[in-house]
Design a protein around this ligand. Sequence first.
Ligand code: UTP
Length: 292
Amino acid sequence: MHKKVKKAVFPVAGLGTRFLPATKSIPKEMLTVIDRPLIQYAVEEAKAAGIEEFIFVTGRGKSALEDFFDYSYELNETLKHRGNKQDLDAVNHVVLDPGTVIYTRQQEPLGLGHAVWCARHLVKDEPFAVLLADDLIEAKKPCLKQMVEAYEECASNVVALMEVDAKESSSYGMVRPGVGQDKTVKIEGVVEKPAPKDSPSNLAIVGRYILHSDIFDALESVRAGKNGEIQLTDAISQLLKRQEFYGLKFDGARYDCGSKHGLIEATIEMALNRPDMASEVRSIIKQMVNKK
Ligand code: UTP
């Protein structure tokens, strides 16, 4: 029997340079879509998929993120005193249970692969999920839950896949899928950020992974050979020689909140999906469009 996926790693140690100067003092993962930071969406998705242990790989200047998931004594007392139950529920809802959250540090932002590798002693020899908070995924059934179900069927590594325009291949890890498969495709190969003419397909890996702990050995050897950033895709490519990887074309919409336009798109879409905001936001957009 394969082990259940109970641990999730959230790499949040990147510099977020595309959002400078905001990210000089605010972690990128704390940027908000309406009234929640990106990291909250990712943590809630993980909880809904049955994750019990939350491992954050943080860096310098990320303490706002730790405080966010912690109990805030002064705020709670003030809200209690004011009898503000709704806000009190909202702040209490995000507090993670004692003993279920672990923070470790990536001292230098040496890439996503390196950040994941920093969690090796916490994950140990269990299968684990990786969620990139800047990939916000809206789905009826949370994306990671769909992936856990796929993992339970194939008992192997699973990555989230999305179709992208050919010209966008140089922004993603692109996969070479096996032939004749449907939603869950067997992956034959991966290429990190290929030029459109070199891309093996239009299927890109987006920020959700369920990985076997052997990925740490693969990351170790990739690490040894590089001076610059260590890519997770390179380690996947290496592990593909000895293990199976499947790609899940998940149901849902993904927003690239690591980019300015993606964060704006997510904010508009999510607002239009919220009953408490939709009509007001729709009329604001209409007025704006009419003026242009
Ligand atoms: P990105 O490459 O999108 O994030 O990494 P970045 O480097 O912070 O952003 P830009 O390009 O400078 O604007 C995806 C995820 O991996 C984490 C980031 O925090 C983000 O959640 N990451 C990236 C790390 O934890 N460590 C790294 O060294 C790099």
